[in-house]
Design a protein around this ligand. Sequence first.
Ligand code: ADP
Ligand code: MG
Length: 498
Amino acid sequence: MTLDLTPNLDPFALARALSGKHFYDGAFQAGRSGKTFPVNNPATGAEIGTAPFGDEADVNAAVAAAKAAQKGWAKLPARQRGKLVAECGRVLVNHVEELGRLIALETGKALRTESRVEAGVLADMFTFFGGLGSELKGETVPFHPDMMTMTVREPVGVVAAIIPWNVPLLLMAMKAAAALVAGNSVVVKSAEESPLTVLRVTQIMNSVLPAGVFNILSGFGPECGAPLVAHPDVKKVSFTGSVETGRIVYKAAAEKLIPVTLELGGKSPMIVCADADTDKALAGAIAGMRFTRQGQSCTAASRIFVHEDIHDAFVAALKAKVDAMVMGDPLDEKTDIGTIISGGQFDRVQSYIALGRETAGATELACSSMPTDPKLAKGLFVQPRIFTGVTNNDRIAREEIFGPVCCVIKWKDFDSVIEQANDSEYGLAATIWTRDLKTAMDATRRLEAGFVQVNQNLVVQPNLSYGGVKTSGLGREASLESMLEHFTHKKTIIINMA
Ligand code: ADP
Ligand code: MG
């Protein structure tokens, strides 16, 4: 097939057509070295396509294109940039089904519960940020009567956006839309596990944007991500990924003294009080733990603290609900739960399940059931696990697993459960479930997290600042303030009129 902009609902054909390509300077580009790596369907293990193994030569070419395009882009009136970004959202709406299927194929996330949903919310980020062009305002300062003193917001230049594989469309959109409206050009480094759908989105966005303004490279961290961060013309890095890699990126950026936004891991607590609406809390646990995404979420509610009075009934009901979820082919509409992303993550998750089993006092509850379809025999399916009888000090309750494994911890004393919830290296998200307003307010003040919710568990929303404290990261995303703080410099101008 040709890679035109007609939505293609055959993800296998689309994956083949997108194979072996970066996209920069307004066009698909082969990798300079000619080396590629396979992209696999985690539900079968079959190769569905390839992606270029990007290296420093590709980085240099993409950054040069981005640098050349940025000056003209920044000169456009801010509202005009915003209109073009919003137009990207409008065009992407036509591709929801196409993108949903392709992301399901390359990541193993179930189409109905996850992939189509992610493709559907993508446009919203572009629409939201597209309206913010004229919010790039400065101030006038009453400094001296003879001097006109003001501040203006200027773009930082070329932005590097490094994204992971779990929600690549949404995370790319959040970074791209904000950076672009602020007048920057962008070079994305996609995750090696899921390079194809974001490549397609880049092609679609480039049907609207001027050449070179929005670019994407595929490749691995050390060979492609590291030279991108280190490139002298890259003036800002926005990174989402693991704590370990976040530290490497932060150090590399420190060498160049450029600003960084980091959105890293989590081990998010969910506190269920005895007076909670348990139906709502159960639905919140299912959604919060992202069972439909195999728990592959940095905000996964992987530590569920349940009051002792309702603990046993809650656990039984939670298990019944997860049991009722169907694991299977991610592209099948009946499927609730797809696969783990890669063999490496699969092994890691299995090692944590083994660790849970060895944890003193812990009980393992294996939920749902493995798919029986022989064509999925090599698929990276893992039965969701609930571990009860765990304490907050056990490794399984402390380390981020990034898989369908959650701990349910019994509690009795409110001060102590808040203390346990905060006793974590992470601080990304937290929820509290109670009908008592005072308890809820008290908890929201005391919980150490960037995103705290009462009686619900929403994901990232346009204009709600999103990000963590402690090792969960630095800076915020998704909001107007995040665009101003992280994608612009403030310049002070003084005009002496005397
Ligand atoms: P995960 O554990 O989910 O793979 P990573 O933090 O390893 O998370 O990956 C997130 C993103 O960071 C990916 O796009 C990956 O290629 C990239 N990455 C990994 N190592 C580096 C590095 N040294 N410099 C820049 N980017 C990197
Ligand atoms: Mg990695």
